[in-house]
Write a protein that binds this ligand. Structure first.
Ligand code: GTP
Ligand code: SPV
Ligand code: MN
Length: 596
């Protein structure tokens, strides 16, 4: 198929990539339903996709067991100066990385189709949107991109003759020899995988993986790593945050953006069904949030995506009925279990089947000792199917943010909720955030790691400069800055039981935040921040033992003081890139803990 594209730079880039990767054919994606159906049909015939009898137009994929999550140890930020990538990113010099990868790309698409996917992150023509073009040899990536982004000719039109786009090159790194039969999930061995970012040129090169954030380049690669670096240069924010609209019984709308690390509850909070009477919620985004200061002086947010790539295990009619309602049709499932009646299943879904086929394609029965679904099994779902979908989807202006929430998964130490004294203290709370390891990444990491703003794996420049950028955004926003809170839904008792019921009940905590924003309630000043006064957290209709509540809010000064050296060491790795204002915040926390 020849292109209708008049963009010279794009046409030249497609020619260059084709000459290097040597695919059998080139296909320009138009984003149509027919295109999606045809590619799915081909993948079904090839044995890669399994059509589900239990759900309309839905398919199950099983990845290679070595390719089940993002892989941070193979993710690179390639800047001319190492310092500009900073100590939290893997770095290789651009010339050297490009040389290595060019030799890997050489002939890497032999025997395959090269797809050209023009896509927009954000409503086309929004002042907050960006255009990317992904070249890939993975039809699975194409179908996912159809759901997750705005794909097609409208984007080519918007690009015109000389519009700007972000080139995103992707190959699974598995060329086919003449007559060679393909495998269901082609990919390269771990040590040949590269997920590379060249933020100084707004360029992405990914090789060897077909999974999630490694392969759907509009997501983490473009919308966070490249975009955060552009955002710093251009004075806006690209964050790993969900966006939620909460509506009070009186009809007041609050817009909340929350940053939790991977697999720590963003999708679930974004789809919350409040348990407190009269309150409603609408889902705007579950993973990525782009924000700009608009002419009203406030920070306005859009979700640049159009779909949800969510963690399947743990999703059930009791934990997340909204997601379950969304998953009935038009879904791509990856690494879930397959039941006898042709439906998907995963751990934590209501009920357990007597037998199933596990994510590796083997017969499975309960009690086998291994999960049937991979812990990072995912669904890809169109946002328009979300029962709590927000209706101003294409509003180019986005929504004004009232509340920021930071958080993570900590079984001890961190209380259920506290509020920042002011913006700088809030930035300190985000910068010192920490979380326990989850299955969202392949790498082995420390049991508790610092994950500032949930951006540690996604910040496209030196994290010390990122903290400074947040402080400066606060200076610009002044009195119009959102209020900042910290939450931990994951505190456990000594027996390992969750102290807080979570999910829909989290609305109680959100309501307290809204009450704080509008000055309806006061707060108790503690060494770590402001906490709810007795009776202000609405617990009506919830039976939770008094002792559990006490533990949820307990601040053990000794354990908090033990965090200080760890935060200090984390901060000091940034050297002179760390803003002094954060050093001051850490000192002040230490002093408050000492004198309390
Ligand atoms: P990414 O897509 O990787 O960025 O993850 P996410 O932050 O969107 O996480 P998600 O909402 O998918 O939740 C991950 C896991 O945490 C799931 O197994 C959920 O069931 C569980 N979870 C989410 N919210 C809560 C909560 O309030 N309490 C408890 N105990 N578990 C939760
Ligand atoms: C995450 O890991 O934060 C995800 C999944 O949202 S992935 O798209 O694979 O990055
Ligand atoms: Mn995420």
């Amino acid at each position: 198929m020849t292109s209708v594209c008049r963009n010279k730079r794009l046409n030249r880039w497609v020619e260059e990539v084709a000459a290097l990767c040597r695919p059998e054919r080139i296909h320009w994606c138009d984003g149509s339903r027919q295109e999606y159906d045809r590619l799915m049909g081909e993948m079904v015939s090839a044995g890669t996709a399994i059509p589900l009898a239990g759900r309309v137009n839905s398919f199950l994929f099983r990845s290679d067991p070595s390719d089940v999550a993002r892989i941070e140890s193979r993710t690179y930020l390639s800047t001319r100066n190492r310092e500009d990538a900073g100590p939290t990113n893997n770095w290789i010099a651009p010339e050297s990385l490009k040389q290595t990868m060019t030799s890997m790309y050489d002939g890497c698409m032999r025997g395959r189709t090269m797809y050209v996917i023009p896509f927009s992150m954000g409503p086309i023509a929004s002042p907050l949107a960006k255009i990317g073009v992904q070249i890939t040899d993975s039809p699975y990536a194409v179908c996912n991109m159809h759901i997750m982004t705005r794909v097609g000719e409208r984007v080519i039109q918007a690009l015109g003759k000389d519009g700007e786009f972000i080139p995103c090159l992707h190959s699974v790194g598995a060329p086919l020899g003449p007559g060679q039969k393909d495998v269901p999930w082609p990919c390269a061995p771990v040590e040949e995988k590269y997920i590379s970012h060249f933020p100084e040129e707004n360029l992405l090169w990914s090789y060897g993986s077909g999974y999630g954030g490694n392969a759907l380049l509009g997501k983490k690669c473009l919308s966070l790593r490249i975009a955060s670096s552009m955002a710093r240069r251009e004075g806006w924010l690209a964050e790993h945050m969900l966006i939620l609209r909460l509506i009070s019984p009186e009809g007041r709308r609050y817009h909340i953006a929350a940053a939790f690390p991977s697999a720590c509850g963003k999708t679930n909070l974004a789809m919350i069904r409040p348990t407190i009477s009269g309150w409603k919620a609408e889902t705007i985004g579950d993973d990525i949030c782009w924000m700009k200061i608009r002419p009203d002086g406030r920070l306005h947010a859009i979700n640049p995506e159009t779909g949800f790539f969510g963690v399947a295990p743990g999703t059930s009619f009791s934990s997340n009925p909204v997601a379950m309602g969304m998953l009935r049709e038009n879904i791509i499932f990856t690494n879930c279990a397959l039941t006898e009646d042709g439906d998907v299943w995963w751990e934590g879904m209501n009920g357990t089947p007597e037998r199933a086929i596990d994510w590796k394609g083997r017969p499975w029965t309960p009690g086998r000792g291994e999960p049937a679904a991979h812990p990072n099994a995912r669904f890809t779902a169109p946002a328009v199917q979300c029962p709590t979908e927000y209706h101003d989807w294409d509003d180019p202006e986005g929504v004004p943010i009232d509340i920021f929430i930071f958080g993570g998964r900590r079984s001890a130490v961190i209380p259920l909720v506290y509020e920042a004294f002011d913006w700088d203290h809030g930035v300190f709370m985000g910068a010192s955030a920490s979380s326990e390891a989850t299955a969202a990444i392949l790498d082995k990491v420390k049991p508790v790691r610092r994950d500032p703003f949930a951006m540690s794996p996604f910040c496209g420049y030196n994290m010390g400069d990122y903290f400074r950028h947040w402080l400066e955004m606060g200076d610009r926003l002044a009195g119009k800055a959102p209020r900042i809170f910290y939450v931990n839904w994951f505190r456990k008792d000594a027996e390992g039981r969750w102290l807080w019921p979570g999910f829909g009940e989290n609305s109680r905590v959100l309501k307290w935040m809204c009450d704080r924003v509008d000055g309806r309630v006061g707060a108790i000043k503690t060494p770590i921040g402001l906490m709810p006064e007795k009776g202000d957290l609405d617990l009506s209709g919830l039976s939770i033992p008094e002792a559990d509540l006490e533990e949820l809010f307990f601040i053990d000064k000794d354990s908090w003081r033990r965090e200080i050296p760890d935060i200090h060491a984390y901060f000091e790795q940034f050297g002179d890139r760390l803003p002094d204002r954060l050093r001051g915040q850490l000192r002040a926390l230490d002093e408050r803990l000492l004198s309390a």
